[in-house]
Design a protein around this ligand. Structure first.
Ligand SMILES: *[C@@H]1O[C@H](CO)[C@@H](O)[C@H](O)[C@H]1NC(C)=O
Ligand SMILES: *[C@@H]1O[C@H](CO)[C@@H](O)[C@H](O)[C@H]1NC(C)=O
Ligand SMILES: *[C@@H]1O[C@H](CO)[C@@H](O)[C@H](O)[C@H]1NC(C)=O
Ligand SMILES: *[C@@H]1O[C@H](CO)[C@@H](O)[C@H](O)[C@H]1NC(C)=O
Ligand SMILES: *[C@@H]1O[C@H](CO)[C@@H](O)[C@H](O)[C@H]1NC(C)=O
Ligand SMILES: *[C@@H]1O[C@H](CO)[C@@H](O)[C@H](O)[C@H]1NC(C)=O
Length: 424
């Protein structure tokens, strides 16, 4: 592990810009296609259901969660070829579709061709860089190419060869474009799966292949703007620029935990939930991360609705039902529960804050619009949280709207602060 890390740092040390700070922007994946609020909710619910059902398995470190929500614009090669990638905090490999395509998603811009770039180099399969993604366990000769295969937990995958290239970051933010050379990336000639519809992914996990490790940055922050307002970009800051802008409240911090079998993930300890002034009767250890890597709450900007283990989920649903004075339409389901709205009612009723209590006394206060929405299509109020029969939980991006999130690995902490992200 250590050897691999130092190799990657060496690989990229020349490339890191003087400031080692980058300002990028995220756009919502559905923003370009002009969907209605109901359609956005349906797509989000569908993706969360896929994720909850996917049996994200703590014991399968080669399966990666996939960020299907927020997109980043980048460019690759010399001359630079633009591509749009999913920004994924749940996985490490950065890849883009590559010529000659065996199987590629439709792409609006030309597919990157390594033979047309003066800065592409293939990575040999004997290289330590290849190790985390090597497709077959053996290398036929030390000089053969590094053939990688990368699978995501919801069935999507990318396969091809590993290379190094010049990446241009921040190409969509005026004055912020920075070129970084010799970034190890996947040149994906075989890309599939129906949940992923992307021309690439930027891996922002905690592993050695992650773009963060390659850039040598130990922290990043983002602030996701209103889920339903597709016109607003969300700021994404890396390295020295990553910090929390002053906001109306106090900064809350909780330790980032290391999951032994999933070292790439950002895991925190959720200790309880309060609705209004009621501490919900969920056993204290329901969300704990165990030594065998089961449990724990993964902070995943790639999952829309938060996912809770069934026992905790039921308690939350029961208490929301009590506030609304009625049971959900389908009380047996683990899907996002919906409650019929009174005739003529088109707005969410008053709902108290839902507070997530994290280790270290960090409270994340979710206002009504961070956990409920009005569904126009069937005139119902829906709780934007889903249940799972597994033991793990996820903090989804719907719950992270308008909260600055700072992942600081240098101090091993996640810090957050409620903020109007459109003002940053
Ligand atoms: C792995 O090595 C074995 C024996 O050296 C060889 O027969 C096989 O083709 C190799 N597999 C791959 C996928 O290269
Ligand atoms: C994937 O993207 C293409 C091009 O933008 C679009 O035509 C297609 O409908 C999308 N497929 C899905 C499943 O979203
Ligand atoms: C989206 O945000 C912009 C800027 O804050 C605002 O002017 C606009 O009204 C918002 N649109 C919606 C649909 O909320
Ligand atoms: C659960 O946690 C709360 C808050 O930290 C504490 O007051 C309570 O004693 C704990 N209950 C048990 C059974 O450990
Ligand atoms: C993991 O550890 C927890 C707590 O000790 C235990 O309840 C669970 O059964 C274990 N799961 C596996 C798959 O070993
Ligand atoms: C209720 O939920 C169960 C379990 O998810 C599902 O099998 C059933 O089809 C749902 N019923 C309705 C009416 O949606």
């Amino acid at each position: 592990m250590q050897a691999l890390m130092s190799c990657l740092v060496l690989l990229t040390s020349l490339a890191v810009s003087a400031s080692s700070g980058y300002r990028l922007a995220l756009t919502h994946v559905d923003s370009k296609i002009g969907l209605t609020k109901t359609e956005l909710m349906r797509r989000a619910a569908h993706r969360s259901r896929l994720r909850a059902l996917s049996g994200y398995d703590a014991n399968s470190p080669r399966l990666h969660s996939v960020q299907v929500e927020y997109l980043m614009e980048l460019a690759i090669g010399t001359p630079p070829v633009p591509f749009v990638a999913l920004a994924d905090t749940g996985s490490d490999l950065t890849w883009t579709q590559c010529q000659p395509c065996k199987l590629c998603f439709p792409q609006d811009t030309p597919v990157y061709d390594p033979s047309a770039s003066s800065t592409f180099s293939p990575v040999p399969c004997s290289s330590a860089t290849c190790l985390p993604v090597l497709r077959s366990r053996n290398c036929s000769t030390p000089s053969s190419l590094c053939r990688y295969g990368y699978s995501y937990s919801d069935g999507a995958y990318s396969a091809g060869i590993l290379g190094t290239e010049t990446l241009t970051l921040g190409s969509s933010v005026p004055g912020q474009a920075v070129s970084v050379s010799d970034v190890a990336f996947g040149c994906g000639t075989d890309n599939g799966g129906d949940s992923l519809n992307s021309t690439g992914t930027v891996g922002l996990g905690r592993g050695t292949l992650s773009l963060l490790a390659q850039l040598g940055v130990g922290k990043f922050s983002y602030c996701l703007t209103d889920f339903f307002n597709s016109t607003l970009d969300s700021p994404f800051l890396l390295g020295t620029l990553a910090e929390l802008a002053p906001g109306p409240g106090a900064v809350q911090s909780t330790p980032l935990l290391q999951s032994p079998l999933n070292p790439s993930r950002y895991v925190v300890s959720l200790q309880g939930i309060t609705l209004g002034d009621v501490r919900l009767p969920i056993p204290n250890k329901t969300f704990d991360l165990h030594a065998n890597s089961t449990g724990g709450m993964v902070v995943d900007s790639g999952t829309t609705f938060s996912i809770l283990p069934e026992s905790g989920f039921r308690v939350v649903v029961d208490h929301v039902a009590q506030v609304l004075g009625q049971p959900p339409v389908n009380a047996s389901s683990l899907d996002s529960p919906c409650f019929p709205a009174p005739a003529g009612e088109r707005q969410l009723p008053f709902m108290p804050d839902l507070v997530l209590h994290f280790a270290g006394g960090a409270d994340m206060r979710l206002h009504r619009d961070n956990y409920m929405s009005y569904n126009q299509e069937d005139s119902s109020f829906c709780l934007n949280i889903v249940g799972t029969t597994s033991t793990w939980s996820m903090l989804g991006n719907f719950q992270q709207q308008n909260i600055q999130m700072l992942f600081d690995m240098t101090v091993g902490q996640l810090s957050f602060l409620p903020t109007d992200c459109s003002k940053l």
